[in-house]
Every structure is written in C-alpha cells, then in structure tokens.
Design a protein around this ligand. Structure first.
Ligand code: FUB
Length: 490
C-alpha cells in the first residue's frame, strides 16, 4: 500500500497535478489523505466523533476492500488515525468485499454492522463486530452473519423509545427490529415498499422506478425519522425521505448533495457534534482518486426551520474547527488536519505512528491554541538515518520557522527516543505545520509530540517530562523565554 500510495504522490508531481499535491493550505477536505477511505459512518461518543470507514486499496479497479478503518476527532478538522481494528479476517465466514457499515454504542459496547460476502453462499451478508472500545479491536459477535439476503449497506439506529432498527439494501430496502442484545432480531425481515411518493421517481430504468439505490442512513430528529440515501445510478447523488415512524410511511424530500466529485458512488453519514450538524460523504478528490479510490469528506450544515435539509456542495475547505487543539498535552503523530507525503503504521509503543516521511513532507494541525506562548517542542521519534529534523512552522509548510528539532538515528524504525528543542513566536490560536527535513529517503517516524509553555502553568507542571528528554525538567520549568533553552538531542 505504502509503495503504491507514494507512487501516486510522486506521479502527481510529475504529471501536472502539482497544485493539488503542494497546495494543501487551502484544502482540508477530504479528511484523510494518506489512504483512500469510503462509506463514512460517524458516531459521537464522549466528546469525539469516531469515523468508521471502508478502505479502497490503492490502484483499485473494483471495490477491492479488505478492511475497515477508524479515525476520530474532537474538533472536526484534526483527525487521529486509529488504524484497522476490523477486517475480513475478523469474520471467519467472510471471503471478500469489506463494504459499507455503521457502528453504534449500546450496553457499554460498540456494535459495528458491515457488509461482506459469505464464503459459504457467495452472497452479500450483514455481519456484526463488537468491542468494548470505539477504536476496537472488534471481534465477530456471532461467528456467522446476522442476516443475509444478498443485499448491502447496513444502517443502525436506536430510537428514543430504546428500540433498535437495522436498515439495509440494494436494490431493495429492508429492516429488522434488533433485540436489546443488538445481535439478534425479532419480527422477521421486513421490506420497505419503494414507492415514488416515498423515494422519488427515477427515469430510464424500468427495474428501478424510485431514486433509492443504496447506502441508507436512518436517524430520528425532533420526532421525525430521516432516511438519507444514495440515489440513482450511476453517478449517484444523495437524497432523503422522512417519515413519522421508523417504519414509514416515507415521503421523498429531495436532494441533499447533487452528483459531484468524480466518484460514481456516494454514501451519506450525519451527526450533530458540539452544536453543529455535519454531513459526511465520499468523492474521488485525492490524486489518483476515482470511483474505486474514494475519500471521505465532510461539510457542516444547519437544518432549515421546518426540519428539511439544505442542499449541500462538496468543498475542499471542509468545516471550520469546532474546537481548539491543545498543544500542551500529548498529541499523536497520526493526528492530522492535512498530511502531505506521509503515511501511518502500527507503533511498537501502542496505537499508530506517523511514518515514511521524506524531505519536505509535512503535516498540518489546525486551530492550535498556544495561548501565551510555547517555549519548547518535544517529539517522540525513531529513525535509521542521522541528520534529519522536524521543523516547527506557522503560516504554511515553508512558512515562519518557530523551531527545529534534530532527530538522531535510533538504530531502527521502532526504536524510540524523545527530543526537545526551543521554539519561539508561537502564541494565540493558529495553524501549525510540522515539516520533515533532511537528506533523501525516509527520514523519521513520529509517535507523539507536545509543546511546553513559556509560562509554566500548574497544568503544564503536572505533565511528566519523559526520562530521556535532552532538556532537564528544571531547564524547562525555569525558562521564561524559548532562547533560554538550548537543550536538544543533536
Ligand atoms: O464501498 C462499496 C460500496 O460502494 C458500498 O457498500 C456502497 O454504498 C458504495 O459506496
């Protein structure tokens, strides 16, 4: 994957897509740049949005999907990669096609309903993974499909009465009433009548008289039920219907997002978070992107006063930040608003780390709240080369230099050390760029980073300074200006 992804990045550079690759300052949508993602399913839990996606393989010429991925954010702009906590191997019965799904929390557990081919029947089935954590790992809750009728795209909803429903389908639309255990259902498999009043009128395909195609996203809001779905094929657009009950009758309400974005599918997901509503979708906006190499993106929106959804347009800017990022607590290297050239991989220290950095690659972090000012930058790094560094910049990837941390060779890509360097000019709330510099080839891995404030607050003092930091605790605590600090790993 890494090799092919890098190929696309380098190919873009030489084939005239220079602008798209090197002008990230104005583009923060799609959400994830280091892999292709599809079929977004957001879930709000404990002050974060967890984003469950599929993963289109690089260079795909079909929906070649082997795993599902999880990302999360507390501000809708900086997204942390949690890797792949569920894949086809999680389901012993599944042979291929790790397609769309949705996760929900209940009973203190997280249930992730997904589509995959049942090896025994060769048909698409719906499986359910379960975990104690929103980021997994997930295990097969049943050891067999929950339900199977050859159709796809499960959407799960627990309504205000506590009744859970699972909807899915292409070309039809189905639902079951889930039992409280979330892994069984009662009342059989029910078909929702696809009427033109309920789901709009499609022309040109006598077998598909309504606009409903696939990808239902069903939820309850202010006593009304919404079914937002991929409409018409192909290319798809996003439409929606509403109903007074979870089982209908449905009334077609129109377009949420017209056909846009160079992928012939689209797939909706909607949540409310920190006072705003957000619409997730996918497109083919990344270099090398298209119908089978898709990327998840997001827009902020407001419901109209009558509860209808306004028509939305894909953007490269994405939503404004819903919160600030605190640089004085440890932040993961794989937390990214926009990454250029970088990858992520599983870290020997747990979670993921940022990886495969070349000279000039960078990550952007948005809306970082430096407040009165930062004095130091500390990073947990690994490298097999000498002479690389992390440049701390503002205003752009080659903007104002606030500091530079030298990174030594640690002997192996997963042998970690901590480096600290002085920084200056970092005050207020601003976007931050971590740029990787050095010779040729891969430079360094970054597991986490953290700034130290100029004025040490009680909160900052409580943050432990790692033992192998080259700055001593006393140096940091007594420094009032960044120039007081000379400690560095070099
Ligand atoms: O990602 C595979 C399939 O493409 C999904 O299941 C559909 O919704 C469409 O997005």
């Amino acid at each position: 994957m890494v090799t092919t992804r890098r190929f696309f990045t380098r190919l873009a550079l030489v084939t005239g897509m220079l602008l798209a690759v090197t002008a990230p300052a104005r583009a923060d949508n799609p959400i994830v740049q280091h892999i292709y993602t599809a079929d977004p399913a957001p879930l709000v839990h404990n002050g974060r949005v967890y984003l469950y996606t599929g993963h289109d393989e690089d260079g795909s010429t079909w929906f070649t999907m082997k795993e599902w991925r999880v990302f999360s954010s507390a501000d809708m702009v900086n997204w942390t990669d949690h890797g792949s906590p569920m894949n086809l191997g999680t389901f012993s019965w599944a042979s291929k096609d790790a397609w769309a799904g949705q996760a929900v929390q209940r009973n203190g557990k997280f249930y992730w309903y997904v589509s995959a081919v049942n090896r025994a029947t060769g048909r698409m089935a719906i499986g359910v993974g379960v975990s104690d954590s929103p980021t997994g790992p997930f295990r097969d809750a049943l050891g067999r499909p929950l339900v199977e009728n050859g159709e796809i795209d499960p959407s799960v909803m627990v309504d205000n009465s506590g009744q859970a429903y699972l909807y899915w389908g292409n070309p039809n639309l189905w639902y079951v009433r889930l039992n409280a255990d979330m892994t069984s259902f009662s009342g059989g498999v029910n078909q929702i009548p696809l009427t033109t009043a309920g789901f709009g009128t499609r022309t040109g395909d006598p077998n598909r008289p309504t606009l409903y195609e696939e990808g239902p996203w069903v939820y309850q809001r202010n006593g009304q039920y919404y079914n937002v779905f991929a409409a018409k094929c192909c290319s798809e657009f996003i439409a929606y219907s509403t109903a007074p009950s979870p089982t209908g009758p449905w009334t077609y309400r129109g377009t949420v997002m017209p056909t846009q974005g160079s992928a012939f599918t689209n797939h909706p997901g909607i949540v409310d978070f920190k006072g705003s509503s957000y619409f997730f979708y996918h497109n083919g906006a990344l270099p090398g992107g298209g119908g089978f190499t898709r990327s998840v993106a997001v827009e902020r929106f407001s419901y109209n006063a009558d509860g209808t959804i306004p028509q939305l347009t894909m953007s490269t800017a994405g939503p404004p930040a819903a919160d600030t990022l605190n640089p004085y607590v440890r932040q993961e290297g794989e937390t990214i608003a926009w990454g250029s050239g970088v990858e992520t991989e599983v870290s020997s220290e747990g979670g993921l780390n940022l990886s495969h950095t070349n000279n000039g690659d960078h990550v952007k972090l948005k809306n970082v709240a430096f407040g009165g000012g930062a004095a130091t930058f500390t990073a947990r790094v690994a490298s097999t080369v000498a002479g690389s560094s992390i440049e701390v910049r503002t205003g752009g990837p080659t903007g104002t230099l606030a500091g530079r941390c030298s990174v030594p060779s640690t002997g192996a890509w997963q042998s970690w050390t901590t480096v600290t360097c002085p920084v200056s000019g970092l005050t207020g709330t601003r976007d931050l760029y971590l740029r990787f510099a050095g010779g040729s080839g891969y430079l360094l891995n970054l597991n986490w980073w953290q700034f130290g404030p100029t004025t040490v607050s009680s909160a900052a003092v409580r943050q432990p300074i790692p033992e192998d930091t080259m700055c001593s605790t006393i140096q940091i605590v007594t420094a009032t200006r960044s120039s007081d600090l000379t400690c560095d790993a070099s």
